[in-house]
Structure formats: C-alpha cells, structure tokens
Design a protein around this ligand. Structure first.
Ligand code: DCP
Ligand code: MG
Length: 380
C-alpha cells in the first residue's frame, strides 16, 4: 500500500473518536403497549396491525414470540397467519402509542441536552459532554432503562458507542431489554462475529452481493484489503469496510438538536473569608435569586435542587434533593438548601471556598416543545 493510496482511501478525521452516543429503541413498541394494556396477551404470538375480522392488512409490529415464527413488520397478515395459525391479532391504538412515545421522549430529554428523535420509538442522545467515560455512560443508561420502565412499563434496548451508526448496531445486537457498550478500541472485535446485515443499509440485495464474495459476517469484510473492498463493492463497500475495521465513518453531532437547558446554576468562589454562616448565607441567597430570575424568564419549573460546597483543602461535596412535584418558588430552593447545609454545620464557615446552587429536572410551564410537536404530527 503506497502513501498515495492511503491519501485516496482515508481522511485524518476517520482515525479519531471523540463522542459518546447513546441510542435507545423500544422493544416491540406497539405490541409492548398492547400487552401492558391487556396483560393476558403476555407470552402470546401477537401482531399489531391489519383487520382482525377480515384478516387483511399488514403487520405493524409483532411480539418476540411471533417473531419466532418468522413474522415481521410489513408482512401481509394472511402470510403471518400461514406461519402461525393461532396468532393473536390486535388492531392497534395509535393515539395511545403517540402518548407513550411522547412521555418516553420527555424522559430521555433529561439525560442529555443534545438529542435526536429518530422515530416514534427511537432516539439518539449525545452524552459526550454529559459523562466522563463509558462506565458512567453505562450507569446513566441503566438509570434511563429503569426510568422508562417505571414510567411506561415497557422495556427498551440501548447501545452506547462512539458514533450513531455503531450505537444503533450495538442496540440492535441485543434485543429485547439489552444494554451494549462498544468502546472505540472494541469496535472491530464487537462487529466481527455479527452478520453483515446488522449494518443499517445492508439489506437482502447487498447481502447477496457480499455473500458471492464469501462475505457474510462483518469480520469477513474486515479481513479483506481495503483496495479489494473498494474494487468489489465500490464506495459504499469501502465505507462499510472502514466501519467494520473500527474507523469513524461519520461526523457525529451534526444532526443533533440542542433542546432546552437541563439545569440552571450559580457558583460563588469566596476570595475572602467569611466568619459566620450568616455571611455565607447572604451569598447563597443572592445565588438563589439569580437562579430563580433565570428560571422565571425561561418560564420553567424545577424539581431537583443541588448544593455544592468546597472547603479550603479542596474537599468538595455535592448534595441533592428532589421535590415530589415541580415548583417555581425561591422559598422552596432556600428551604432545601438550608436543609442540605445542615450536614456541614460542624465545619468552620471561614474554611469554605465555594458554594454552588443548581436547580435541575426542569420543565417548561407551557410545555410546548417544538421538536416533539413536529415529531408527533408525523405519527398516525
Ligand atoms: N412500525 C410499523 N411498520 C413497520 C415498522 C415499524 O408500523 N414496517 C411501527 C411499529 C413498531 C414501531 O414502529 O412497534 C417501532 O419500530 P421498530 O422497527 O423499532 O420495531 P419494534 O419496536 O416493534 O421492534 P424492535 O423490538 O425490533 O425494536
Ligand atoms: Mg423498536
């Protein structure tokens, strides 16, 4: 391989990964909602879609039990019934799916200010500025899964990876109720045993082209010299080759939407010593006023209050408390901050170097979120 070839085939950007992306997709979405509404359907091969009386129409989605018979989305109902004559059919309550979807997307918004809703049951969150590393991203994902289940009683699968395409593949690789993390150096090893059709865009036709050249698994493609991948499968083949070899084939972040901020905070570093808690409290009070003013301007309410306190030896503590309902009053922030401060009563006020107050878990009072409204207009 000559240097000239390298310049043709690779760009510098493709060598680096600096994002952490989470992708979430609900499991058997419409079917899961139907089962939640009618638990007797649990465990049955179930399809949503079509007309149960005339047995016409197509499958919108089906339970994992129905998938064992080879049934899938988009299949004509009569074909599905041939594969599984005792199939249970429900017509579908699309308004309800829209509501469930809306409520889940709201939950997701709390986990990152940068989010892209990709469909009625799927979304990407950019966690790059939210977490320190993949371990923290995994903890956040576990929390998110619990939150989704606690609020809507349906499970989801999550993939975490350095870009969107890999996060989606990771999520698809372990359904239902999966959580798969793929770090930059693990990409090629993770993909190698997977069928090449796991890659979005590689459908039945592309698979035929690949398999004629003995490429069925991602690892089969990865092993080819890149020039050969280009020769045999063209530009798209080379891009896929890069993906399976752990190169970064996409410019992450470009299509993400930044939505409303997730917290408002103020920190005060003390450059002089304050000898009494009263003096400290005056500073805290001014922070609270500043925060609540910004909250009012943004027409938002809050649920969580966090206190951060740093002492002269740089020992730093953060303590948070969540109210049972959304609130807009500075009085509540004061009461909670005072309560959180009690833990530090034994310390000397003159040793305090910084005090921070943050309110989070924010919600718009008028609750009109443009991106979601647009999104729901597209749901039947
Ligand atoms: N859907 C549809 N018609 C299709 C594909 C999907 O009506 N051809 C609807 C029904 C699905 C929802 O969109 O429940 C989400 O699509 P997914 O592809 O994510 O499928 P599921 O969530 O049903 O299953 P999975 O567990 O594979 O994500
Ligand atoms: Mg889904």
């Amino acid at each position: 391989m000559t240097l000239a070839n390298q310049i043709v085939y690779f760009s510098e950007r493709e060598q680096t990964f600096d994002s952490i992306i989470l992708y979430m997709d609900l499991d058997a979405f419409f079917a899961s909602v139907e089962i939640r509404e009618n638990p007797e359907l649990e465990g049955l091969p179930l399809v949503v879609g079509g007309n149960p009386k005339t047995k016409q129409g197509v499958v919108s989605t089906c339970s994992y039990e129905a998938r064992k018979f080879g049934i899938h989305s988009g299949m004509p109902i009569n074909q599905a019934l041939k594969l599984c004559p005792h199939l249970t059919m429900v017509r579908g309550s699309f308004k309800l799916y829209g509501e469930v979807s809306k409520s889940i997307m709201k939950i997701l918004e709390y986990y990152s200010p940068t989010m892209k809703v990709a469909g009625n049951d799927e979304a990407y969150l950019d966690l790059t500025d939210v977490v320190a590393d993949y371990e923290e991203a995994k903890r956040l994902a576990t929390e998110l899964k619990d939150d989704v289940y606690a609020s809507e009683e349906i499970t989801c699968s999550i993939g975490i990876a350095p870009n969107r395409i890999l996060a989606k593949i990771a999520s698809d690789s372990d359904k239902p109720d999966g959580l798969v993390v793929v770090k930059p150096l693990e990409i090629s090893e993770f993909l190698a045993p997977l069928n090449i059709t796991i890659i979005p865009g590689v459908g039945r036709k592309s698979f035929e082209v690949f398999s004629k050249e003995n490429v069925e698994l991602c690892g089969d493609l990865a092993k080819l010299p890149h020039q050969l991948a280009y020769q045999k499968f063209g530009k798209y083949g080379l891009k896929t080759w890069k993906l399976v070899n752990g190169y970064n084939t996409e410019n992450t972040g470009e299509k993400f939407v930044r939505h409303e901020r997730k917290s408002i905070s103020e920190e005060r570093t003390f450059f002089e010593k304050y000898n009494s808690w009263e003096e400290i409290w005056i500073r805290i009070d001014s922070s609270i006023d500043a925060i609540v003013t910004r909250l009012t301007v943004k027409k938002m309410s809050f649920r969580t209050i966090t206190l951060k306190i740093r002492f002269k030896n740089f020992e730093t503590y953060t303590r948070a408390h969540s109210l049972t309902s959304y609130n807009t009053s500075p009085k509540h922030v004061r009461v909670v901050v005072m309560k959180l401060l009690e833990e530090f009563e034994g310390k000397k006020p003159e040793d305090i170097r910084l005090i921070g107050v943050k309110i989070s878990n924010l919600m718009k009072i008028d609750d009109n979120q443009k991106t979601l409204t647009q999104f729901f207009n597209n749901i039947g």
